[in-house]
Design a protein around this ligand. Structure first.
Ligand code: 5RP
Length: 259
């Protein structure tokens, strides 16, 4: 990875943490991936400067993020062990803000996630958060999903039926009610393989991942729903209408925040 890309990830992560992790924040979701590592670096700096809430609790989204939290000496908690924030209002969120990476973010803040295979837990944590803030380098900033991320939509599936699900995904229609959902006539679903042909990648939850290439995605919520309806699909790596902000580090050192 070039120094420029790493620098861009770092500047986006630092800026997002500085804006959102104020001393008032009690519960913070920690995403997964290489950009999030920089967010935790910044949290550690703030902790050492006594600028974090002393009662801050962090909710991990993967074994990786659990380890990052532990290494930074921060307190971790599992999602369902937390109290609901605004129970009196009949709400269901238990996390003030979650900071997470992304593989691509479109102009409406829909995102593709799951490049690291953690999107099931990432979506559970994002869904339980008052705010989801995405951080990424300039290569992930796009108008239409699929424009930049060419590896396909990560779909976590049950190992019991991955071949059947593959066939079903490859027969998904690209049109629905007269409007085009995605570019390619025929999606291609690839079972994600571990390095050196060591077999399928197995997620933290014991499932497989299919990377589904469909070209540009014109209607992310509809594609998310369509894929999610297939029995055996555990979670789809399209995060439609979930993020409230995305921070991108640019190659010239500047930072863009999209709302
Ligand atoms: C893992 C993810 C990651 O957040 C996403 O892949 C971005 O990773 P990175 O910051 O390494 O580019 O969704 O499931």
């Amino acid at each position: 990875m070039s120094d420029l890309v790493e620098q861009s990830k770092r500047s986006a992560a630092f800026a997002a943490v500085d804006k959102h992790v104020l001393p008032s924040v009690r519960v913070l979701g920690i995403g997964s991936g290489s950009t999030v590592v920089y967010a935790v670096d910044r949290l550690l700096e703030l902790k050492n400067n006594n600028q974090l809430n002393p009662k801050l609790v962090c909710v991990p989204t993967s074994f990786q993020s659990k380890q990052l939290i532990a290494d930074a000496g921060l307190q971790a908690a599992d999602l369902d062990d937390l109290p609901i924030l605004d129970d009196a209002q009949g709400g269901f969120t238990s996390i003030d803000v979650t900071i997470d990476g992304a593989d691509e973010v479109d102009s409406e803040l829909n995102a593709i996630k799951g490049g690291g295979g953690a999107h099931l837990r990432e979506k559970l944590v994002a869904n339980a958060s008052n705010k989801l803030v995405l951080i990424a380098d300039y290569r992930k900033d796009s108008q239409v999903l699929g424009e930049k991320w060419s590896k396909g939509i990560p779909v976590e599936v049950s190992p019991l039926a991955w071949r059947t699900i593959t066939r079903q995904l490859e027969h998904m229609p690209c049109m629905q009610k007269g409007s085009r959902l995605f570019e390619d006539e025929h999606p291609v679903a690839n079972l994600r393989q571990a390095v050196r042909k060591a077999g399928p990648v197995v997620t933290d939850n014991g499932n497989f991942i299919l990377d589904v290439c469909v070209g540009n995605i014109y209607d992310p919520p509809a594609v998310e729903r369509l894929f999610k309806m297939i029995p055996g699909v555990i979670e789809v790596g399209i995060f439609s209408n979930m993020a409230s902000e995305a921070w991108f580090g640019n190659s010239d050192g500047s930072i863009v925040c999209r709302i």
